[in-house]
Write a protein that binds this ligand. Structure first.
Ligand code: PGA
Length: 249
């Protein structure tokens, strides 16, 4: 059995709850019967409305963030258990925007991966190099380091649930998509890294997405590559027409 393609939308800090509900009405209609699996990750406050709209449809719902502690004096944060209780199934972890703007380290990302799994959430674990790292020729080394630290202490049984997203930072929100070959060679190397850690079967079954300016025009070519199993889509996931094309690419 091949790996099923996943079209995952990362809405980032866009849409109020009422706007999110309206976008969901469009997505539910346009993505019904989509060829690929479909996931949307709205802002935290939009989750209740989006989960309500997603009920009984083919659209899965994920969060964009949470804090790795169980509970306590962490003003402003939400826990994995809170998300789970709300009906959230997936969570993005280690996005480059969280690493850059909110100073999340590989160690924090590892704690979040373990906490998500412990609470029954499926991590969408992001990794990716900067332009400088690519130019320095350290892309593979850097991403292998990110993956190895993020997965430290994660059992083989748990790692099977994880989805990895390769998102080169220079391609995010820039309109500069990696070529299919560039994206595929890194996704293949991530798979090879997972194989080294957990063996061939787990590596072969793992879904590895590409993210970074994925749009309706390039999605089909990217998703046809041997080691790319879908996309983590930012900007284009906010347009129902475009996202529905990606959901069928
Ligand atoms: P983009 O964002 O599609 O707008 O480049 C992708 C992401 O950051 O997940």
């Amino acid at each position: 059995m091949g790996r099923k393609i996943l079209a995952a939308g990362n809405w980032k800090m866009n849409k109020t709850p009422s706007e999110a509900a309206a976008l969901m009405d469009e997505l539910v209609a346009k993505c019904a019967g989509a060829k690929n699996d479909v996931l949307v990750c709205p802002p935290l406050v939009c989750l209740p409305a989006v989960i309500e709209k997603a009920k009984g449809t083919n659209i899965k719902v994920g969060a964009q963030n949470f804090y790795y502690k169980d509970s306590g004096a962490y003003t402003g944060e939400v826990s994995a258990a809170m998300l789970k209780d709300l009906g959230v199934e997936y969570v993005i972890i280690g996005h480059s925007e969280r690493r850059d703007y909110f100073k999340e380290t590989d160690e924090i990302i590892n704690l979040k991966v373990k906490q998500a799994l412990a609470n029954g959430l499926i991590p969408v674990l992001c990794c990716g190099e900067s332009l400088g790292q690519r130019e320095d020729g350290v892309t593979f080394d850097f991403i292998r380091m990110q993956i190895k630290i993020a997965l430290r202490g994660v059992s083989a049984d748990d790692v099977k649930k994880i989805i990895i997203a390769y998102e080169p930072i220079w391609a995010i929100g820039t309109g500069k998509v990696a070529t299919s070959e560039q994206a595929n060679e890194v996704c293949a190397d991530i798979r090879c890294c997972v194989k080294g850690l957990y063996g061939e079967e787990i590596a072969n079954d793992m879904r590895i997405l590409y993210g970074g300016s994925v749009n309706k025009a390039c999605a089909a070519e990217l998703f046809a590559m041997s080691d790319i199993d879908g996309g983590l889509v930012g900007g284009a996931s906010l347009k129902s027409e475009d996202f529905s094309i990606i959901a069928n690419a």
